[in-house]
Design a protein around this ligand. Structure first.
Ligand code: GUN
Length: 314
């Protein structure tokens, strides 16, 4: 039987509805809504499309959305950016102002930054209690300790865990194999799945480019999480029958003309050979429409959580 699809597009709608409802309740009781600042430097086209989606989603769930700088185009005056040649000192000063601003619960600096700016310095300047991306070393440490210590899990791993849980996949005692050891996905999701608690309690293995026999590890996996950035890396014969396969890869392998808009769009492929894998796995995420939509959704959830921590209702 073909695998059950785990659709980020559907789970996103459920979670955004839950957030919208909670925002309205908090507004009624406490008179405040979550405030999210998105900082974009320059006008990288990929960053503009990510940021546009972030601000649209923030508006949809009832957040106060802020962006410093000047509008990038007249058709969307809410979409602003700071000059590409802004000094590091000025960018740090901008962040510091938002750190001190009581109406701001989340600060997100869109990456990548221009080369003359030290990315690490900038991310480390964000108040860890407003770091809704979960990239600050303090939040990485909190995630490692686990339990009530955790404030913000990084958005893509948080989305992956949410998908596994909402699909009803058993994680306790499960063999989880993570392919890829990035700081943004591989390392944090491995750490999250091994913690004590619901949606976790798994036995975790991380495999990477230096692993001797990647296939043998993958074949053991009840839950296989692939975040390598290599199209079709995972072969169908590596998948245990009935396993839950989460494909985090978003690889641009070409271009096509959209039937809907007539515009050129990227052809995307995951890290797993989807057509063959879906005949073996029990659950699988497609690309696109799987993990992708979860990242911005979890950013909204983290921003709401930040306000709830501040109000003492988290
Ligand atoms: N650039 C690409 N993805 C991300 C993300 O998740 N957060 C930030 N801040 N920048 C990004």
């Amino acid at each position: 039987m073909p695998a059950k699809l785990i659709l980020g597009t559907e789970i996103r709608e459920q979670i955004l509805e839950e957030i919208t409802k909670e925002v309205a309740e908090i507004k009624g009781k406490h008179g405040v809504v979550p405030g999210l600042v998105t900082i974009l430097v320059g006008a990288n086209p990929a960053s503009i499309s990510y940021v546009t989606l972030k601000i649209q989603t923030a508006h949809r769930v009832g957040f106060k959305e802020m962006m410093p700088g000047k509008p990038i185009n007249e058709s969307n005056p809410d979409l602003k950016s700071l000059p590409v040649d802004i000094s590091e000192a000025d960018l740090l000063a901008t962040i510091d102002n938002y750190n001190k601003d009581d109406s701001v619960n989340g600060i997100l600096v869109q990456l990548p930054l221009p080369k003359h700016i030290d990315e690490k310095k900038v991310l480390n300047a964000i108040d860890p209690d407003k770091d809704v991306d979960g990239f600050h070393p303090v939040n990485v440490g909190r995630l490692m300790i686990g339990g009530s210590e955790v404030k913000f899990a990084p958005c893509t791993p948080a989305g992956i865990q949410e998908m596994i849980v909402r699909a009803g996949v058993e994680t306790s005692g499960a063999e989880v194999v993570v392919v890829g050891r990035s700081n943004i996905v591989g390392k944090p999701i491995a750490n999250m799945m091994l913690q004590k608690g619901p949606g976790a309690n798994s036995t975790v293995t991380i495999v990477h480019t230096r692993t001797k026999d990647m296939a043998s590890h993958c074949k053991r996996a009840d839950i296989l999480i692939v975040a390598a950035g290599v199209p079709d890396l995972v072969k169908p014969e590596w998948i245990k029958p009935g396993a839950c396969v989460i494909d985090v890869g978003v690889n641009r392998v070409g271009e096509k003309v959209s039937e809907k808009t007539g515009k050129k769009i990227a052809i995307l492929k995951g890290d797993v050979n989807f057509d063959a894998a879906k005949e073996i796995a029990g659950y699988i995420t497609p690309v696109p429409g799987g993990v992708g939509p979860m990242t911005i959704t979890m950013l909204m959830k983290n921003t709401l959580k930040s306000l709830k921590f501040k109000l003492g209702i988290a």
